[in-house]
Design a protein around this ligand. Structure first.
Ligand SMILES: *Cc1c(COP(=O)(O)O)cnc(C)c1O
Length: 480
Protein backbone atom coordinates (compact mmCIF):
# COMPACT_ATOMS: atom_id res chain seq x y z
CA UNK A 1 0.00 0.00 0.00
CA UNK A 2 1.23 3.44 -0.86
CA UNK A 3 1.33 5.64 2.19
CA UNK A 4 0.31 9.23 1.81
CA UNK A 5 2.90 11.67 3.02
CA UNK A 6 2.17 15.30 3.46
CA UNK A 7 4.62 17.87 4.66
CA UNK A 8 2.63 19.08 7.63
CA UNK A 9 1.80 15.59 8.88
CA UNK A 10 3.73 15.16 12.10
CA UNK A 11 3.17 11.95 14.01
CA UNK A 12 0.82 13.30 16.71
CA UNK A 13 -1.38 14.81 14.05
CA UNK A 14 -1.64 11.63 12.02
CA UNK A 15 -2.27 9.61 15.20
CA UNK A 16 -5.11 11.90 16.05
CA UNK A 17 -6.50 11.80 12.55
CA UNK A 18 -6.49 8.01 12.53
CA UNK A 19 -8.24 8.01 15.90
CA UNK A 20 -11.32 9.67 14.39
CA UNK A 21 -14.33 7.33 14.31
CA UNK A 22 -15.79 5.93 11.09
CA UNK A 23 -19.06 7.29 9.70
CA UNK A 24 -20.69 3.92 10.43
CA UNK A 25 -19.71 4.05 14.06
CA UNK A 26 -21.19 7.54 14.31
CA UNK A 27 -24.44 6.54 12.62
CA UNK A 28 -24.80 3.61 15.01
CA UNK A 29 -24.38 5.80 18.06
CA UNK A 30 -27.43 6.88 19.99
CA UNK A 31 -27.14 10.45 18.66
CA UNK A 32 -26.66 9.20 15.10
CA UNK A 33 -29.78 7.04 15.28
CA UNK A 34 -31.72 9.92 16.82
CA UNK A 35 -30.76 12.29 14.01
CA UNK A 36 -31.66 9.68 11.40
CA UNK A 37 -35.08 9.22 12.99
CA UNK A 38 -35.71 12.96 13.22
CA UNK A 39 -34.18 14.22 10.02
CA UNK A 40 -33.64 11.17 7.82
CA UNK A 41 -30.61 9.01 7.23
CA UNK A 42 -29.20 11.20 4.49
CA UNK A 43 -29.12 14.14 6.89
CA UNK A 44 -27.51 11.93 9.55
CA UNK A 45 -24.71 10.96 7.16
CA UNK A 46 -24.25 14.60 6.22
CA UNK A 47 -23.98 15.67 9.85
CA UNK A 48 -21.59 12.79 10.72
CA UNK A 49 -19.35 13.81 7.81
CA UNK A 50 -19.48 17.47 8.78
CA UNK A 51 -18.59 16.66 12.41
CA UNK A 52 -15.59 14.54 11.28
CA UNK A 53 -14.46 17.20 8.87
CA UNK A 54 -14.63 19.90 11.52
CA UNK A 55 -12.56 17.83 13.94
CA UNK A 56 -10.10 16.90 11.20
CA UNK A 57 -9.72 20.58 10.48
CA UNK A 58 -9.17 21.36 14.16
CA UNK A 59 -6.57 18.61 14.49
CA UNK A 60 -4.73 19.95 11.45
CA UNK A 61 -4.83 23.47 12.81
CA UNK A 62 -3.15 22.24 15.97
CA UNK A 63 -6.00 22.42 18.44
CA UNK A 64 -5.19 18.98 19.86
CA UNK A 65 -1.44 19.38 20.12
CA UNK A 66 -1.79 19.44 23.87
CA UNK A 67 -1.15 16.24 25.81
CA UNK A 68 -3.63 13.61 24.74
CA UNK A 69 -4.12 10.35 26.57
CA UNK A 70 -2.55 7.51 24.66
CA UNK A 71 -3.94 4.94 22.29
CA UNK A 72 -7.13 3.22 23.31
CA UNK A 73 -8.48 6.15 25.28
CA UNK A 74 -7.79 8.49 22.44
CA UNK A 75 -10.21 6.76 20.10
CA UNK A 76 -12.94 6.86 22.68
CA UNK A 77 -12.30 10.53 23.37
CA UNK A 78 -12.42 11.44 19.69
CA UNK A 79 -15.55 9.40 19.21
CA UNK A 80 -17.24 11.23 22.09
CA UNK A 81 -16.06 14.57 20.76
CA UNK A 82 -17.37 13.79 17.28
CA UNK A 83 -20.72 12.63 18.58
CA UNK A 84 -20.99 15.74 20.71
CA UNK A 85 -20.25 17.82 17.62
CA UNK A 86 -22.98 15.97 15.70
CA UNK A 87 -25.49 16.84 18.39
CA UNK A 88 -24.44 20.48 18.22
CA UNK A 89 -24.71 20.55 14.45
CA UNK A 90 -28.14 18.98 14.52
CA UNK A 91 -29.29 21.41 17.20
CA UNK A 92 -28.17 24.36 15.12
CA UNK A 93 -29.73 22.95 11.95
CA UNK A 94 -26.57 23.60 10.03
CA UNK A 95 -27.54 22.67 6.51
CA UNK A 96 -25.31 24.83 4.41
CA UNK A 97 -23.50 28.07 4.09
CA UNK A 98 -26.58 30.09 4.92
CA UNK A 99 -26.64 30.18 8.70
CA UNK A 100 -27.98 32.06 11.70
CA UNK A 101 -25.73 34.95 12.71
CA UNK A 102 -25.62 37.15 15.78
CA UNK A 103 -26.50 40.69 14.73
CA UNK A 104 -24.58 42.99 17.05
CA UNK A 105 -24.81 45.97 14.67
CA UNK A 106 -27.77 47.63 16.36
CA UNK A 107 -29.58 47.80 13.00
CA UNK A 108 -32.97 46.22 13.72
CA UNK A 109 -34.02 45.47 10.15
CA UNK A 110 -30.65 44.69 8.59
CA UNK A 111 -31.45 43.88 4.97
CA UNK A 112 -28.11 42.07 4.46
CA UNK A 113 -28.86 39.95 7.53
CA UNK A 114 -32.32 38.91 6.36
CA UNK A 115 -34.39 41.74 7.89
CA UNK A 116 -36.89 40.66 10.55
CA UNK A 117 -36.18 37.55 12.63
CA UNK A 118 -39.43 35.62 13.16
CA UNK A 119 -41.26 35.23 16.44
CA UNK A 120 -40.89 31.86 18.13
CA UNK A 121 -44.47 31.01 17.30
CA UNK A 122 -44.01 31.89 13.63
CA UNK A 123 -40.76 29.93 13.37
CA UNK A 124 -42.13 26.77 14.93
CA UNK A 125 -45.41 26.94 13.02
CA UNK A 126 -43.43 27.32 9.81
CA UNK A 127 -41.24 24.39 10.72
CA UNK A 128 -44.27 22.17 11.50
CA UNK A 129 -45.87 23.04 8.17
CA UNK A 130 -42.64 22.33 6.32
CA UNK A 131 -42.45 18.74 7.54
CA UNK A 132 -45.94 17.68 6.61
CA UNK A 133 -48.74 18.00 4.12
CA UNK A 134 -51.12 20.81 4.93
CA UNK A 135 -54.51 22.17 3.90
CA UNK A 136 -52.98 24.91 1.73
CA UNK A 137 -55.75 24.78 -0.87
CA UNK A 138 -58.08 22.32 0.80
CA UNK A 139 -61.28 23.04 2.69
CA UNK A 140 -61.39 20.67 5.65
CA UNK A 141 -65.14 21.11 6.08
CA UNK A 142 -66.26 20.28 2.55
CA UNK A 143 -63.30 18.07 1.66
CA UNK A 144 -63.03 20.04 -1.58
CA UNK A 145 -60.56 22.46 -3.01
CA UNK A 146 -60.18 25.55 -0.84
CA UNK A 147 -58.69 29.01 -1.24
CA UNK A 148 -54.97 29.40 -0.96
CA UNK A 149 -53.82 31.59 1.90
CA UNK A 150 -57.34 32.44 2.96
CA UNK A 151 -56.69 32.54 6.71
CA UNK A 152 -53.63 34.81 6.49
CA UNK A 153 -55.48 37.10 4.10
CA UNK A 154 -58.49 37.38 6.34
CA UNK A 155 -56.21 38.15 9.30
CA UNK A 156 -54.83 41.08 7.26
CA UNK A 157 -58.38 42.31 6.65
CA UNK A 158 -59.26 42.02 10.31
CA UNK A 159 -56.17 44.00 11.36
CA UNK A 160 -56.33 46.73 8.72
CA UNK A 161 -60.04 47.06 7.99
CA UNK A 162 -59.43 46.17 4.33
CA UNK A 163 -62.24 44.52 2.36
CA UNK A 164 -59.83 42.02 0.83
CA UNK A 165 -56.18 41.12 0.73
CA UNK A 166 -53.74 39.05 -1.26
CA UNK A 167 -50.24 37.92 -0.38
CA UNK A 168 -47.29 37.66 -2.74
CA UNK A 169 -43.54 37.15 -2.62
CA UNK A 170 -42.47 40.66 -1.54
CA UNK A 171 -43.54 44.27 -1.78
CA UNK A 172 -41.68 44.79 -5.06
CA UNK A 173 -43.72 41.94 -6.58
CA UNK A 174 -46.87 43.49 -5.12
CA UNK A 175 -46.07 46.80 -6.82
CA UNK A 176 -45.42 45.25 -10.22
CA UNK A 177 -48.43 42.96 -9.97
CA UNK A 178 -50.91 45.66 -8.96
CA UNK A 179 -49.63 48.19 -11.48
CA UNK A 180 -49.66 45.58 -14.27
CA UNK A 181 -53.15 44.37 -13.41
CA UNK A 182 -54.69 47.82 -12.95
CA UNK A 183 -52.68 50.22 -15.11
CA UNK A 184 -50.78 48.48 -17.93
CA UNK A 185 -51.00 50.56 -21.10
CA UNK A 186 -52.53 53.47 -19.21
CA UNK A 187 -51.24 56.41 -17.20
CA UNK A 188 -50.18 56.51 -13.59
CA UNK A 189 -49.95 59.95 -12.01
CA UNK A 190 -47.16 60.36 -9.47
CA UNK A 191 -45.38 63.27 -7.78
CA UNK A 192 -41.79 64.01 -8.85
CA UNK A 193 -40.91 63.93 -5.15
CA UNK A 194 -41.87 60.25 -4.97
CA UNK A 195 -39.83 58.85 -7.85
CA UNK A 196 -37.53 57.28 -5.30
CA UNK A 197 -35.11 54.40 -5.11
CA UNK A 198 -35.59 51.97 -2.23
CA UNK A 199 -32.33 50.12 -1.73
CA UNK A 200 -30.43 49.40 -4.92
CA UNK A 201 -32.71 47.71 -7.36
CA UNK A 202 -36.18 48.98 -6.53
CA UNK A 203 -36.71 52.27 -8.36
CA UNK A 204 -40.23 53.54 -8.82
CA UNK A 205 -39.76 54.73 -12.46
CA UNK A 206 -38.32 51.31 -13.39
CA UNK A 207 -41.13 49.48 -11.60
CA UNK A 208 -43.70 51.52 -13.52
CA UNK A 209 -41.90 50.84 -16.80
CA UNK A 210 -41.71 47.11 -16.06
CA UNK A 211 -45.43 46.96 -15.41
CA UNK A 212 -46.24 48.57 -18.73
CA UNK A 213 -47.83 51.65 -17.20
CA UNK A 214 -47.04 55.10 -18.54
CA UNK A 215 -45.64 57.42 -15.96
CA UNK A 216 -47.14 60.90 -15.67
CA UNK A 217 -44.92 62.96 -13.38
CA UNK A 218 -46.41 65.96 -11.66
CA UNK A 219 -45.17 68.78 -9.40
CA UNK A 220 -41.56 69.28 -8.45
CA UNK A 221 -39.09 67.39 -6.30
CA UNK A 222 -39.97 69.28 -3.13
CA UNK A 223 -43.51 70.54 -3.75
CA UNK A 224 -46.52 68.92 -5.38
CA UNK A 225 -50.02 70.39 -4.99
CA UNK A 226 -53.39 68.76 -5.38
CA UNK A 227 -54.01 70.90 -8.47
CA UNK A 228 -50.86 69.43 -10.06
CA UNK A 229 -52.45 65.99 -9.83
CA UNK A 230 -55.86 67.21 -10.96
CA UNK A 231 -54.48 68.97 -14.05
CA UNK A 232 -52.68 65.78 -15.12
CA UNK A 233 -55.73 63.56 -14.98
CA UNK A 234 -57.07 62.67 -18.42
CA UNK A 235 -58.72 60.00 -20.57
CA UNK A 236 -55.80 57.65 -20.21
CA UNK A 237 -55.32 57.92 -16.46
CA UNK A 238 -55.87 54.69 -14.53
CA UNK A 239 -54.43 55.38 -11.16
CA UNK A 240 -52.82 57.84 -8.79
CA UNK A 241 -49.80 56.42 -7.01
CA UNK A 242 -48.53 57.62 -3.64
CA UNK A 243 -45.15 56.22 -2.58
CA UNK A 244 -43.83 56.46 0.95
CA UNK A 245 -40.25 57.71 0.56
CA UNK A 246 -39.12 55.18 3.23
CA UNK A 247 -35.38 55.62 3.39
CA UNK A 248 -35.14 59.32 2.71
CA UNK A 249 -36.63 62.50 4.08
CA UNK A 250 -37.16 65.94 2.67
CA UNK A 251 -37.14 68.89 5.01
CA UNK A 252 -37.73 72.61 4.56
CA UNK A 253 -39.87 74.09 1.78
CA UNK A 254 -41.93 71.02 0.95
CA UNK A 255 -45.55 70.18 0.28
CA UNK A 256 -47.64 67.16 -0.67
CA UNK A 257 -51.43 66.83 -0.52
CA UNK A 258 -52.89 64.82 2.34
CA UNK A 259 -53.78 61.25 1.45
CA UNK A 260 -57.47 62.03 2.11
CA UNK A 261 -57.40 64.89 -0.40
CA UNK A 262 -55.68 62.74 -2.97
CA UNK A 263 -58.29 59.99 -2.43
CA UNK A 264 -61.12 62.48 -2.95
CA UNK A 265 -59.54 63.75 -6.15
CA UNK A 266 -59.03 60.19 -7.41
CA UNK A 267 -62.60 59.16 -6.65
CA UNK A 268 -64.09 62.35 -8.16
CA UNK A 269 -62.41 61.29 -11.38
CA UNK A 270 -63.26 57.59 -11.15
CA UNK A 271 -59.63 56.63 -10.49
CA UNK A 272 -57.90 54.26 -8.11
CA UNK A 273 -55.61 55.63 -5.40
CA UNK A 274 -52.79 53.22 -4.62
CA UNK A 275 -50.28 53.68 -1.81
CA UNK A 276 -46.93 51.91 -1.63
CA UNK A 277 -46.50 52.15 2.14
CA UNK A 278 -43.27 50.16 2.37
CA UNK A 279 -42.79 48.91 5.87
CA UNK A 280 -46.20 47.65 6.93
CA UNK A 281 -46.86 49.28 10.28
CA UNK A 282 -50.00 47.59 11.57
CA UNK A 283 -50.27 49.24 14.98
CA UNK A 284 -49.39 52.79 15.94
CA UNK A 285 -45.73 52.84 16.94
CA UNK A 286 -45.46 56.61 17.20
CA UNK A 287 -44.68 56.36 20.90
CA UNK A 288 -41.42 54.71 19.84
CA UNK A 289 -40.66 57.53 17.42
CA UNK A 290 -42.16 55.96 14.31
CA UNK A 291 -44.53 58.80 13.52
CA UNK A 292 -43.40 59.20 9.94
CA UNK A 293 -44.34 55.66 8.86
CA UNK A 294 -47.80 55.18 7.35
CA UNK A 295 -50.22 53.15 9.46
CA UNK A 296 -51.88 50.70 7.06
CA UNK A 297 -55.36 50.87 8.60
CA UNK A 298 -55.24 54.66 8.56
CA UNK A 299 -54.25 54.83 4.88
CA UNK A 300 -57.24 52.63 4.00
CA UNK A 301 -59.50 54.62 6.25
CA UNK A 302 -58.37 57.86 4.60
CA UNK A 303 -59.44 56.52 1.24
CA UNK A 304 -56.57 54.61 -0.36
CA UNK A 305 -58.16 51.90 -2.53
CA UNK A 306 -55.10 49.67 -2.49
CA UNK A 307 -52.18 49.69 -0.07
CA UNK A 308 -49.12 47.49 -0.51
CA UNK A 309 -46.45 46.77 2.12
CA UNK A 310 -43.67 44.37 3.13
CA UNK A 311 -44.06 41.45 5.53
CA UNK A 312 -40.51 41.55 6.84
CA UNK A 313 -40.02 45.20 7.75
CA UNK A 314 -41.81 46.78 10.72
CA UNK A 315 -44.53 44.15 10.54
CA UNK A 316 -41.88 41.73 11.81
CA UNK A 317 -42.86 38.67 9.78
CA UNK A 318 -41.46 36.69 6.83
CA UNK A 319 -40.52 38.14 3.45
CA UNK A 320 -43.84 38.80 1.78
CA UNK A 321 -45.69 41.48 -0.10
CA UNK A 322 -49.14 42.27 1.17
CA UNK A 323 -51.82 43.90 -0.93
CA UNK A 324 -54.86 45.16 0.95
CA UNK A 325 -57.84 47.13 -0.30
CA UNK A 326 -61.15 47.07 -2.16
CA UNK A 327 -62.41 43.62 -3.05
CA UNK A 328 -63.20 44.28 -6.72
CA UNK A 329 -59.62 45.52 -7.26
CA UNK A 330 -58.12 42.61 -5.33
CA UNK A 331 -60.22 40.25 -7.48
CA UNK A 332 -58.79 41.79 -10.65
CA UNK A 333 -55.28 41.44 -9.25
CA UNK A 334 -55.87 37.81 -8.26
CA UNK A 335 -57.07 36.91 -11.74
CA UNK A 336 -54.03 38.36 -13.48
CA UNK A 337 -51.65 35.64 -14.77
CA UNK A 338 -48.71 37.38 -13.11
CA UNK A 339 -50.19 36.56 -9.69
CA UNK A 340 -49.42 32.89 -10.28
CA UNK A 341 -45.76 33.81 -10.77
CA UNK A 342 -45.38 35.79 -7.57
CA UNK A 343 -47.71 34.03 -5.13
CA UNK A 344 -46.46 33.03 -1.68
CA UNK A 345 -45.59 29.53 -0.45
CA UNK A 346 -47.31 27.56 2.32
CA UNK A 347 -44.42 28.37 4.67
CA UNK A 348 -44.90 32.08 4.19
CA UNK A 349 -48.64 31.92 4.80
CA UNK A 350 -47.91 29.95 7.96
CA UNK A 351 -45.25 32.32 9.27
CA UNK A 352 -47.39 35.31 8.42
CA UNK A 353 -50.48 33.85 10.04
CA UNK A 354 -48.60 33.14 13.26
CA UNK A 355 -47.07 36.63 13.23
CA UNK A 356 -50.47 38.23 12.67
CA UNK A 357 -51.92 36.15 15.49
CA UNK A 358 -49.69 38.06 17.91
CA UNK A 359 -51.24 41.30 16.65
CA UNK A 360 -54.74 39.87 17.05
CA UNK A 361 -53.93 38.85 20.62
CA UNK A 362 -52.32 42.22 21.30
CA UNK A 363 -49.02 40.55 22.29
CA UNK A 364 -47.00 41.82 19.32
CA UNK A 365 -44.63 43.95 21.41
CA UNK A 366 -43.63 40.90 23.47
CA UNK A 367 -43.69 38.24 20.74
CA UNK A 368 -42.21 39.86 17.65
CA UNK A 369 -38.44 40.33 17.93
CA UNK A 370 -38.20 43.56 15.91
CA UNK A 371 -40.93 45.21 17.95
CA UNK A 372 -39.41 43.93 21.18
CA UNK A 373 -36.06 45.46 20.19
CA UNK A 374 -37.75 48.71 19.19
CA UNK A 375 -39.62 48.96 22.48
CA UNK A 376 -36.73 48.02 24.78
CA UNK A 377 -35.91 51.02 26.88
CA UNK A 378 -32.46 52.50 26.95
CA UNK A 379 -32.15 51.71 30.66
CA UNK A 380 -32.81 48.04 30.00
CA UNK A 381 -30.20 47.82 27.23
CA UNK A 382 -27.81 49.71 29.53
CA UNK A 383 -28.39 47.25 32.37
CA UNK A 384 -27.82 44.22 30.13
CA UNK A 385 -24.74 45.83 28.60
CA UNK A 386 -23.29 46.76 32.01
CA UNK A 387 -23.59 43.19 33.27
CA UNK A 388 -22.18 41.89 30.03
CA UNK A 389 -19.17 44.18 30.29
CA UNK A 390 -18.51 43.11 33.90
CA UNK A 391 -18.47 39.47 32.86
CA UNK A 392 -16.28 40.21 29.83
CA UNK A 393 -13.75 41.91 32.10
CA UNK A 394 -13.76 38.92 34.44
CA UNK A 395 -13.44 36.31 31.72
CA UNK A 396 -11.17 37.96 29.16
CA UNK A 397 -8.23 40.31 28.89
CA UNK A 398 -10.04 42.40 26.29
CA UNK A 399 -10.18 46.12 26.83
CA UNK A 400 -13.84 46.96 27.16
CA UNK A 401 -15.57 50.34 27.37
CA UNK A 402 -19.26 51.13 27.63
CA UNK A 403 -20.38 54.07 25.47
CA UNK A 404 -23.61 55.91 24.75
CA UNK A 405 -24.82 55.61 21.19
CA UNK A 406 -27.79 54.94 18.91
CA UNK A 407 -29.43 51.94 17.32
CA UNK A 408 -31.34 52.44 14.05
CA UNK A 409 -34.38 50.77 12.52
CA UNK A 410 -32.82 50.12 9.09
CA UNK A 411 -34.48 48.26 6.22
CA UNK A 412 -35.41 51.57 4.66
CA UNK A 413 -37.61 52.65 7.58
CA UNK A 414 -37.56 55.83 9.61
CA UNK A 415 -34.07 57.01 8.60
CA UNK A 416 -34.32 59.95 10.98
CA UNK A 417 -35.04 57.84 14.04
CA UNK A 418 -32.29 57.22 16.62
CA UNK A 419 -32.90 54.75 19.43
CA UNK A 420 -30.63 55.62 22.36
CA UNK A 421 -28.59 52.57 23.36
CA UNK A 422 -25.41 51.42 25.10
CA UNK A 423 -22.48 50.36 22.96
CA UNK A 424 -19.77 47.96 24.01
CA UNK A 425 -16.43 49.00 22.51
CA UNK A 426 -13.83 46.24 22.40
CA UNK A 427 -10.14 46.33 21.67
CA UNK A 428 -7.22 44.02 22.30
CA UNK A 429 -3.48 44.46 22.63
CA UNK A 430 -3.14 41.34 20.55
CA UNK A 431 -4.94 42.42 17.42
CA UNK A 432 -6.40 45.31 15.47
CA UNK A 433 -10.10 46.10 15.34
CA UNK A 434 -10.16 44.67 11.80
CA UNK A 435 -8.64 41.41 13.04
CA UNK A 436 -11.13 41.11 15.90
CA UNK A 437 -14.00 41.93 13.58
CA UNK A 438 -12.80 39.30 11.11
CA UNK A 439 -12.40 36.64 13.82
CA UNK A 440 -15.88 37.34 15.15
CA UNK A 441 -17.28 36.51 11.73
CA UNK A 442 -15.51 33.13 11.66
CA UNK A 443 -17.29 31.67 14.69
CA UNK A 444 -20.42 29.59 14.49
CA UNK A 445 -22.72 31.43 14.78
CA UNK A 446 -20.78 34.28 13.20
CA UNK A 447 -21.00 37.62 14.98
CA UNK A 448 -21.55 40.73 12.86
CA UNK A 449 -20.37 43.94 14.50
CA UNK A 450 -19.05 47.27 13.30
CA UNK A 451 -15.85 49.25 13.67
CA UNK A 452 -15.65 52.78 14.95
CA UNK A 453 -12.53 54.70 16.03
CA UNK A 454 -10.38 51.56 15.83
CA UNK A 455 -12.66 49.63 18.16
CA UNK A 456 -15.11 46.86 17.54
CA UNK A 457 -18.56 48.03 18.58
CA UNK A 458 -21.32 45.71 19.81
CA UNK A 459 -24.90 46.86 20.35
CA UNK A 460 -26.89 44.43 22.51
CA UNK A 461 -30.23 45.95 21.46
CA UNK A 462 -30.23 43.56 18.49
CA UNK A 463 -28.75 40.65 20.49
CA UNK A 464 -31.58 39.16 22.43
CA UNK A 465 -31.08 37.72 25.88
CA UNK A 466 -31.19 34.15 24.58
CA UNK A 467 -28.15 34.86 22.35
CA UNK A 468 -26.21 36.81 24.92
CA UNK A 469 -24.61 33.76 26.57
CA UNK A 470 -23.56 32.51 23.16
CA UNK A 471 -21.99 35.87 22.35
CA UNK A 472 -20.19 35.84 25.71
CA UNK A 473 -18.71 32.39 25.01
CA UNK A 474 -17.54 33.54 21.60
CA UNK A 475 -15.87 36.63 23.04
CA UNK A 476 -14.26 34.50 25.74
CA UNK A 477 -12.65 32.43 22.97
CA UNK A 478 -11.69 35.41 20.88
CA UNK A 479 -8.11 35.84 22.01
CA UNK A 480 -5.80 33.00 21.04
C1 LIG B 1 -39.04 48.30 1.06
C2 LIG B 1 -39.96 48.92 0.11
C3 LIG B 1 -40.34 48.24 -1.04
C4 LIG B 1 -39.79 46.89 -1.40
O1 LIG B 1 -40.24 45.93 -0.49
P1 LIG B 1 -39.68 44.43 -0.56
O2 LIG B 1 -40.61 43.69 0.36
O3 LIG B 1 -38.28 44.49 -0.11
O4 LIG B 1 -39.81 43.98 -1.96
C5 LIG B 1 -41.24 48.85 -1.89
N1 LIG B 1 -41.71 50.08 -1.62
C6 LIG B 1 -41.38 50.76 -0.52
C7 LIG B 1 -41.96 52.12 -0.29
C8 LIG B 1 -40.50 50.20 0.40
O5 LIG B 1 -40.15 50.87 1.50
Amino acid sequence: MKSKVTISEDSAESDYLSALPSIDELLNSEVGRHIAAEAGSRKAVEIAREACSQLRHEIRSGRFSIEMPSDANRERIFKDLTIERMAELEARHVGGELRPVINATGVLLHTNLGRAPLSRAAASYMSDLSKAYCNLEFDLRSGKRGLRGESAESAICELTGAEASIIVNNCAAAAILVLTALAAGREVVISRGELVEIGGDFRIPDVLAASGANIREVGTTNRTKLTDYERAIGQDTALILRVHPSNYRMIGFTEVPKLRELAEAAHRNGLVLMEDAGSGMLTDLSEYGLDSEPLIGRSLEEGADIVIFSGDKLLGGPQAGIIAGRSHLIDTVRKHPLYRAVRASKLIYGALEATLRSYRLGTQLEDIPVLRMLAEERASVALRSGEFVDELRRRTTLEVVLLDGDSVVGGGCAPELRLPTSLIAISSKRGSAEEIDFRLRQFDPPVVARIQDDKVILDLRTVEECDQALLMDILANLEP
